[in-house]
Write a protein that binds this ligand. Structure first.
Ligand code: ADP
Ligand code: ASP
Ligand code: MG
Length: 435
């Protein structure tokens, strides 16, 4: 069987859902299991609702109308989603009553996006004569921890494959959602449906995990920032993880792991151009035309500097620093150290003040915001001389000041920190140099 994951951008209008139906029909002999995101814009609207409801704004008409337009456009019964949309409105009123939206409540609220879209798709498929059933991932065994907003899955013991056996027709599974040990609905973090697709692919031993989106595959840079980007025909799991982790927004960073565990190829495809081969991500690295595969970037990161002269020649300093990061759940993306100082980047502004407060016990701390991370990705970098020199030379020529540089000995990437204002200039300069 194959997993076909459709993102919100591919489910934004009745016409795009009709298009998705044609794409699935053409592949029905491959035994597809669908994993779907909420319709485009719905998760953002739900996030906003969760923010304003405690202050008294319980208006959910924008979200309700969007779903009603979808039902009308597809000629589906107008009351198809009454139960879900009703529960959603009740929850929002509850948030207003208690003047609070807990992390648990916010995840429950977000879940209605995917719960609705899966039902719309399944109903439309049935109306068209292709048997399908909407499946809530949390009902068939996608279990997670209780870290609301960015929950992590707990290992599957075969329950998913057992439960999926009872589904009639093409399963249309909600992406993004799981359930914790206490029975609460959780979400896997923004863009988490890619991750769901990989988790289901792993659990069901899929022969391929297809991520259907609105571009021709993984591109050589963010097409919204750079003109003339091209789809990358093949990438290794290692390259794709680096790309996703360091900002390539086309894939959720955790997507690759469950695929890698079972060596399942991941293919990124375009719903608006279904015959295009897209990008295939494979276990092994394949030589390509050049050493660099892509230039990716991550906006709005913080540079944290810790200077600690007394640490000179003492062991255990880094362990202490990372112990503090661990305690505050700060993911450090990139580090550069000298004997007496350490510079790191972090992207979670909410945890930063308390992190820095504790860090101050180890030395002088300063934080600089408005920075960005640029990452030059390619396994070929390891076998080619002088890539770092080309990167730095290109940026110098473009007048971009590099604050931090990091290149591991494994060399799947070169990471750089620059000022946020320079991102467009830097990515474009590097993209024209390497492509
Ligand atoms: P979906 O709704 O299908 O999950 P997303 O918006 O999450 O879609 O991701 C697809 C978008 O990611 C593309 O429209 C593109 O603008 C953006 N993107 C950023 N970087 C890249 C990249 N390197 N390759 C492809 N797309 C990228
Ligand atoms: N709907 C969720 C989001 O917008 C998950 C996803 O689309 O992958 O973040
Ligand atoms: Mg996405």
């Amino acid at each position: 069987m194959i997993i076909m994951k459709f993102g919100g951008t591919s489910l934004g209008t009745p016409e795009s859902i009709q298009n998705v139906f044609r794409i699935v029909c053409d592949r029905v002999d491959q035994d597809p299991v669908l994993v779907v995101s909420a319709h485009a814009g719905v998760t953002n609207a739900l996030v906003e609702t969760g923010r304003t409801a405690p202050g008294g704004d319980t208006n959910v008409s924008e979200i309700v109308d969007l779903h009603h337009r979808m039902l009308e456009g597809l000629d589906l019964p107008a009351d198809l989603l009454d139960e879900q949309l009703g529960e959603m409105a009740d929850l929002v009123r509850g948030m207003q009553l208690v003047s609070e939206a807990s992390p648990r409540g916010r995840d429950l609220l977000l879940s209605f996006g995917e719960r609705c879209s899966a039902r719309v798709l399944a109903a439309y498929f049935n109306q068209q004569g292709l048997g399908a059933e909407a499946v809530d991932a949390f009902e068939v065994g996608l279990r997670t921890d209780s870290n609301f907003g960015r929950a992590r899955p707990v290992p599957d013991d075969g329950r998913i494959v057992r439960n999926m056996g009872d589904v009639q027709g093409v399963p249309v599974v909600t992406g993004f959602l799981g359930r914790d040990a206490d029975g609460n609905i959780t979400t896997l973090g923004r863009n988490g449906s890619d991750f769901s697709a990989a988790l289901f692919g792993n659990a069901l031993d899929a022969s391929e995990i297809q991520i259907w989106t609105d571009v021709d595959g993984v591109m050589t840079a963010d097409p919204r920032l750079v003109e003339g980007t091209r789809p990358i025909p093949t990438m290794s799991f290692g390259e794709a993880s680096e790309l996703a982790y360091y900002g390539g927004k086309v894939l959720h960073p955790a997507t690759i792991l469950p695929a890698m565990e079972k060596a399942i190829p991941v293919r990124v495809l375009n719903t608006h151009n279904a015959d295009n081969p897209g990008t295939v991500i494979l276990p092994e690295y394949e030589e390509s035309s050049g050493p660099v595969r892509a230039i990716v970037h991550k906006d709005n990161i913080h540079l944290i500097n810790l200077v600690s002269p007394p640490m000179l020649q003492q062991h255990g300093f880094l362990a202490k620093v990372f112990g503090v990061a661990e305690a505050h759940e700060v993911d450090v993306d990139l580090v550069a150290t000298s004997e007496v100082s350490i510079t790191m980047t972090a992207d979670r502004a909410d945890h930063l003040p308390s992190f820095c407060e504790d860090l101050a016990a180890l030395g002088d701390v300063s934080v600089e915001s408005d920075h960005a991370l640029i990452c030059v990705v390619g396994q070929g970098i390891a076998h080619t001389h002088g890539i770092a020199a080309q990167v730095l030379g290109t940026l110098a020529e473009a007048g971009v000041h590099v604050r931090v540089i990091s290149q591991g000995a494994v060399k799947v990437n070169i990471g750089l920190v620059i000022q946020q204002v320079d991102v467009k200039k830097a990515v474009n300069a590097l993209h024209s140099h390497f492509f």
